[in-house]
Design a protein around this ligand. Sequence first.
Ligand code: ATP
Length: 234
Amino acid sequence: MQKNKDVPVQPQSLIILRGVTKIYHQGLEEVKALRDVDLKIADGEFVAVTGKSGCGKSTLLHVIGGLENVSAGSIQFQGRDLSRFDDVQLTRYRRDQVGIVFQSFNLMPLLTIVENVALPQILRGTPSHEALRLAGEWLRRVNLTHRRNHKPHQVSGGEMQRAAIARALINRPALLLADEPTGNLDSTHAAQVLQLFAELHRQERLTVVMVTHALEAAQFADRTLKMQDGRLHP
Ligand SMILES: Nc1ncnc2c1ncn2[C@@H]1O[C@H](COP(=O)(O)OP(=O)(O)OP(=O)(O)O)[C@@H](O)[C@H]1O
């Protein structure tokens, strides 16, 4: 059968959330961090999620990244339901498909910058000389070659975040999750980090989901979603 060239191709969804609810229990109290969230994220899309403190943004990233279970609803990644993954599949999903960048960088203080970036490859079983070679390539990508042998405390916040981004991407995940990635940076370093996200998103067709308070950060995204009291609004 001949294909109709005028029919637009629908982008494939990388992630689909259906009716996702997350309840935390604190003693006798229940906190509904996510309420009946429906969301589709296309492959290669850059989505920003904004909203007030405590509205559920980090929880949303944690359930998408497989760091926490949902209380109700489902999350599909490339058509597969995360709740059906066994422990090995979930570990592989977190290690190979998802990269996470946090506000506080979370670099290992005793390792050098290049060793920090190489770590996810080493955990995957890559020989250390190859992991360090790859880490060197990523340092070049994020403009940090000159900080290769420094320890995290010897570099600036923006440099630490760029190293954290390289570490998050060295295993070539399909999805980058960023939780307030510019929250600890001054405006110059924040702009550099956001430009780097935009560039990687464009060049690598990387799917990015970024939680942020900063409205200027959301301007780099294709789509901005607002969260309020655990609900998502387009
Ligand atoms: N492990 C937990 N145990 C109990 N309650 C939690 C837990 N994690 C988050 N919460 C609660 O769930 C709600 C949503 O928290 P979450 O961290 O997702 O919000 P947020 O929008 O990311 O906030 P912020 O912008 O301040 O980081 C809050 O009321 C929070 O106190």
